[in-house]
Each structure stands twice: as structure tokens, then as C-alpha cells.
Design a binder for this molecule. Structure first.
Ligand code: PMP
Ligand code: GLN
Length: 411
């Protein structure tokens, strides 16, 4: 094993996907929908697959299939107030994972520090380390909660703490909005504060926005790149998998200024080189359809209807989990809900063995084997020094058909 990847062997998705396939529980762990993607998206793939142009079935343009980058430029230019150049300011990648890898490999030098806000999507830290960078972690802090439910917005960033972590070596911030796993959607004021610190300290922002269309209770998603003077220091990462509920299609993108895109293209041209052409064609067709609907303000535009469809699922999940004895943190966006599981554990008289594994892992393994229901441990979304902040929580995915949540009634 190459030295640079040592220490990154353990992976929660590998471990839990295998456990789920062995134990066959109701799978509320890994983040993907268990229902069909929209018909126009599936039809777009049929159209692409049966296209008579032989070129649809051959290698794509390295930076991305022209029809797709054109659609992305049209969709996002008005949203970020910048006339995106389809030829130089967009790169198509193998999902948002590919976008993260490409960006981090392209920009991070050994010794560079990269700020990561906790809880964070677990691959950020190993990706930074493999590039030779040092992740610097800042946890969201739980503020005094006044209502009867905890909300993801009760977890906030301490800007003094953020400032105190900035050094001469700070190169970038990885900013995930809406956040996986906690479902926080940063307000305009929060984004402005973060943008200000990044501008003052010449920090590049790697914005992971894969859940950009999924916000609840009329929360508005703010694109960092849309804030004044931010486009030039921001790379915006997106996912067709999450935008169109086709996580298996693995098409993602990076949008940003040419000086930051160039290193990304260099990485991409020597790694995957180009992404699947028919998949890009299909996403382009679907995106053109939804772009038209967005412009006409049609209610069935998938970018808008998805969150509306999801909101009752979030509410049902929260209600059901509360009834079961968990203490949920209500998310403002994304696919996931965190719950404190410790009372359920006590009530069910679960005794955890005294192995070295974190308690959230042990509890979920017990739940998978004994209750046939799966979730994802939350310590995986925290750095070594901050795992205690996540150890009493587990993450459920509610991007599921209603029946998955009526599990109790089924058994
Ligand atoms: N970032 C976040 C925050 C995610 O939750 C995921 C998983 N969808 C990804 C990136 C990777 O996205 P993709 O499936 O498009 O590779
Ligand atoms: N992003 C999804 C999640 O957080 C899936 C991640 C994965 O399967 N690797 O659950």
C-alpha cells in the first residue's frame, strides 16, 4: 500500500454497505432515494442511449460534454450573477466525489492547511491528507436552544474560533451547504461572515452544494459564489445524482474562475480524462427540461418539487423517531436527520461490548442485527479530537418511501 494512502483504509460506506447486504435491514443509512427518479430523467437516458449519433457513445470532451456544460452555464449564470463561460469555467467529474478529489488534488500543496467545519462529509479529511495538506477542524457549536426541538440552525460557527485557526498556511475552506450530516442551511448573514473572513485572509472556498435544491420551510440556499467578490475565489461543486435523484449515475461538476479551474483540469485530464457521454447527454436533456420549467416558474420543476416532496418525509421521520424515543435534530436541508439515541439504548437495555469501537457504531450494529433497521454513525463525521461531540448521535436518511418509516407498524 502506498504510504500516502495509509491511515485512510477504514471507510464507513464500505463497512455499512456490506453489513446491510448481509443483514438486510430497512436501510435508512446510506444517502440515496429508494424510489424512482422522475420519469423525464429516465426518459432522457433512453433518448441518449438510443441516439443515432455515434458520438453519443464515444469519449466525451475532456472538460465535459458540450450540451451539459452549456445547460449548466445557463442554469447557474443568473443564480450566481456571473456569466459563466461554458468552455473554461466548468468541469464535469465523476460525481461530486470526483469533483472533490479533483479540486483538492489540483489546489492543495503539502503543508497547506484546509479548514473543515464539523460535522463534515467524511471524505474531506482523507482527501486533504492524501494531497499532503493538513485539515484544520472547527466544530459547529450547539447554541442555547429555546424551543422544544433541536434544529440544525441551533448549531453555529464561532467566527472568533474560525479566525483563531487561520494561519499563513491556510489555503482553503471546504464549505458544505446544505450540510451533510446535520442538515444545516447557512443563512445569508452566516455566508457573508464566512465570505468576509475568506476574503480578508485570501482563502479559497471549495463549496460542496450537492443538496442545493433540498431546503425546507422556505429556507433559502445561498450560493457562496453569488456573494460580492466571491466568484474569483470559489469553486462550486454539484451533483446530478443528488439534483435528479439518480445517485448511481455519478455525474458531478465544478464551476469556478479560470485560474482555479485550470489545476482541476490538469488533474482530471490525467485521472478519468472524460466522463460517460450518454450519462452527460441524459443529464443535459433533463436539465434543459427543468431549466425551462424554472424559467416559467412551473410547480413541477424538479429543482423545486423535490424539496416539497421531501418535506413531509422529513416531518414523518422526525415524528416517528421521536415516538420511538430518539431525540432528533430537525434539519433545514438535505436527506438526513440526526438523533440522540442514548435514551433508546437505555430503554432497550442494550449493553455495548467493551471493544475500542465508538458507541454509535456499536449501537447501530445492534440495531441492524436486532431491530433490522440501519443508520450511519455520526462519529465518522468528526475528527479524532472531536468524536465525543458525535458519539451520542446517529444519522438516518429519510429520502425513502413512506413505508420504510412505518417500519414499526410493519413488524
Ligand atoms: N458531498 C456530499 C456532502 C455528499 O453527501 C455526497 C454524497 N452524495 C457527495 C459529496 C458525493 O456526491 P456524488 O454522489 O455525486 O459523488
Ligand atoms: N452522500 C451519501 C451519504 O452521505 C452517500 C455516500 C456514499 O455512499 N459514499 O450517505
Amino acid at each position: 500500500i502506498a504510504d500516502r494512502i495509509k491511515g485512510t483504509e477504514k471507510n464507513v460506506w464500505v463497512e455499512f454497505t456490506e453489513l446491510v447486504s448481509q443483514e438486510n435491514p430497512v436501510d435508512l443509512g446510506r444517502g440515496f432515494p429508494d424510489f424512482n427518479p422522475p420519469v423525464h430523467v429516465k426518459n432522457a437516458l433512453i433518448t441518449a442511449a438510443t441516439d443515432d449519433s455515434p458520438f453519443i457513445h464515444q469519449y466525451a470532451r475532456v472538460k465535459g460534454h458540450k450540451r451539459l456544460v452549456t445547460a449548466l452555464a445557463e442554469l447557474y449564470s443568473p443564480i450566481i450573477n456571473h456569466n459563466i463561460d461554458w468552455a473554461t469555467e466548468i468541469l464535469i467529474t465523476n460525481g461530486a466525489y470526483g469533483a472533490l478529489h479533483t479540486t483538492i488534488q489540483g489546489l492543495i500543496n503539502p503543508g497547506d492547511e484546509v479548514i473543515i467545519i464539523e460535522p463534515f462529509f467524511d471524505c474531506y479529511s482523507p482527501m486533504v491528507k492524501v494531497a499532503g495538506g493538513t485539515p484544520i477542524f472547527i466544530p459547529l457549536r450547539k447554541t442555547e436552544n429555546t424551543g422544544d426541538v433541536f434544529k440544525s440552525s441551533d448549531f453555529t460557527l464561532d467566527y472568533n474560533e474560525f479566525s483563531s485557526k487561520i494561519t499563513k498556511k491556510t489555503k482553503a475552506l471546504i464549505f458544505n451547504n446544505p450540510n451533510n450530516p446535520i442538515g444545516k442551511v447557512y443563512s445569508l448573514e452566516e455566508c457573508q461572515q464566512i465570505a468576509k473572513l475568506c476574503k480578508e485572509n485570501n482563502i479559497i472556498v471549495i463549496c460542496d452544494e450537492v443538496y442545493e435544491w433540498i431546503t425546507y420551510d422556505d429556507k433559502k440556499h445561498i450560493k457562496m459564489a453569488s456573494l460580492p467578490d466571491m466568484f474569483n475565489r470559489t469553486l462550486t461543486l454539484g451533483s446530478a445524482g443528488k439534483s435528479f435523484s439518480v445517485t448511481g449515475w455519478k455525474i458531478g461538476w465544478i464551476i469556478g474562475p479560470v485560474h482555479l479551474m485550470k489545476p482541476c483540469v490538469v488533474v482530471h485530464q490525467n485521472v478519468t480524462n472524460s466522463c460517460s457521454t450518454p450519462m452527460q447527454e441524459a443529464i443535459a436533456i433533463a436539465m434543459e427540461t427543468d431549466l425551462g420549467k424554472l424559467r416559467r416558474d412551473d410547480s413541477d420543476c424538479y429543482f423545486k418539487s423535490l424539496a416539497k416532496e421531501m418535506q413531509p418525509k422529513r416531518d414523518l421521520a422526525e415524528e416517528f423517531l421521536k415516538e420511538t424515543g430518539f431525540h432528533p435534530v430537525r434539519p433545514d436541508g438535505g436527506y438526513f436527520i440526526l438523533v440522540n439515541y442514548t435514551d433508546v439504548m437505555k430503554k432497550s437495555c442494550v449493553t455495548l461490548d467493551n471493544s475500542n469501537e465508538a458507541n454509535d457504531y456499536k449501537f447501530i450494529k445492534w440495531m441492524i442485527r436486532n431491530k433490522k433497521i440501519s443508520a450511519i454513525p455520526v462519529t465518522v463525521f468528526y475528527s479524532e479530537g472531536h468524536k465525543h461531540l458525535g458519539q451520542n448521535y446517529i444519522r438516518f436518511c429519510f429520502m425513502k418511501v413512506k413505508e420504510s418509516f412505518l417500519y414499526k407498524k410493519r413488524r
